[in-house]
Design a protein around this ligand. Structure first.
Ligand code: 15L
Length: 264
C-alpha cells in the first residue's frame, strides 16, 4: 500500500517543511488536508484542500481531523521564542491535535526536534531513550509533545512517531549541520514511512541523514522501514571550519539555541 486509506491532516502546511511534504505526498497521490495560520503560498495541489486555522482553536482542529487516519503535526512556533509566544501554538495546540487523534483513532507523526536534547554535549552519542535536555522554551515544548504522545499511547492507544529533526534545510551551511542535517528527500520518505508502517506504537526516530559525524545512534527506524539515503559528508570539505566562535554554541548539540540568553 502506498496511499493511506484515509485522508491525512498536515498542520504547519505553509512552513518550509510543510510545503516540501505537501508537494511530495500530493505527487504520491495522497489525499491531504492542509492547515496553517498563514496562507498556503503555493498552488494547492490536486487531492489537497487548504483551511486557514489557528492551533489554539480546538474546535477547528477537531473538524479538520474528522475522518483522517493520520495527523502530521508540523505546526507551531519553529524557533526559540519567549515562553508566552510558545505556549499557545506549541502546548495548547498539541493538546488539540492529540484530542483530535484520540477521537478519530488517528496516528500522530510529530515534528519533534533535536532541541529536546540540545544541552547534551557534542562529544556524546545519544540513543532514543536518552534524557531530555531541552535548550529553550521551544525544545521544552517539543519534549512536552513527546510526553503527551506517550500519555495518549498508554492511556488511549493513540500511536505516535516522534521525529527528532536535526536541521532540515536545502543544504548544510555550517560545521554543526555536518552532524544534524536532514535532506528534504530523506524527511519526505521518513514521513511517508511513518504513516504507511503497519504498527508503530510510540516510536522515536532521529531525523538526520546518513551523516558520518552524527550525534545520534539507536532509534526505531527499523520498525517503520526507513533509512536515509543522503549524507552531509559530501559538504564536509567546504564546511569543516565553518564554526560560530561562540563557545556555548559549539559545545552543545543544540548549537545556537543553547546560546540564547545563556547566563550560567
Ligand atoms: C529546529 O528545530 C528548528 O525548527 C530549525 O529552525 C533549526 O534551527 C533546527 O532545529 C536546527 O537545530 O538546526
Amino acid at each position: 500500500m502506498t496511499v493511506p486509506a484515509k485522508p491525512v491532516l498536515l498542520t504547519g502546511a505553509s512552513g518550509a517543511l510543510g510545503r516540501q511534504l505537501t508537494r511530495f505526498l500530493a505527487e504520491a497521490g495522497w489525499t491531504l488536508r492542509l492547515t496553517d495560520i498563514a496562507p498556503f503560498p503555493d498552488p494547492v495541489p490536486k487531492g489537497a484542500t487548504f483551511t486557514k486555522a489557528d492551533l489554539n482553536d480546538g474546535v477547528a482542529i477537531l473538524r479538520l481531523a474528522e475522518g483522517c487516519g493520520a495527523i502530521l503535526h508540523f505546526g507551531g512556533v519553529s524557533v526559540e521564542r519567549p515562553f508566552e509566544e510558545v505556549l499557545g501554538p506549541n502546548i495548547r495546540g498539541l493538546y488539540h491535535v492529540y484530542e483530535a487523534a484520540r477521537r478519530e483513532g488517528a496516528r500522530v507523526v510529530f515534528a519533534s526536534s533535536n532541541h529536546t536534547i540540545g544541552f547534551h554535549e557534542r562529544s556524546e552519542r545519544l540513543d532514543h531513550d536518552c534524557d531530555f535536555r531541552p535548550d529553550g522554551y521551544y525544545g521544552l515544548a517539543k519534549a512536552y509533545g513527546e510526553l503527551m504522545g506517550r500519555l495518549y499511547w498508554d492511556k488511549h492507544g493513540v500511536e505516535s512517531v516522534f521525529l527528532r529533526i536535526g536541521s532540515s534545510v536545502p543544504e548544510p551551511v555550517n560545521n554543526r549541520m555536518l552532524s544534524t542535517w536532514l535532506s528534504y528527500s530523506d524527511l519526505c520518505r521518513l514521513v511517508e514511512r511513518s504513516v504507511l508502517a503497519e504498527r508503530v506504537g510510540c516510536a522515536v526516530i532521529w531525523g538526520a541523514s546518513n551523516n558520518s559525524r552524527t550525534f545520534w545512534r539507536k532509534d526505531a527506524r527499523a520498525r517503520i522501514g526507513w533509512a536515509p539515503l543522503d549524507s552531509a559528508d559530501t559538504f564536509a570539505g567546504q564546511l569543516a571550519g565553518k564554526v560560530s566562535g561562540d563557545p556555548v554554541e559549539e559545545r552543545y548539540q543544540g548549537g545556537p539555541f543553547c546560546a540564547i540568553e545563556y547566563s550560567r
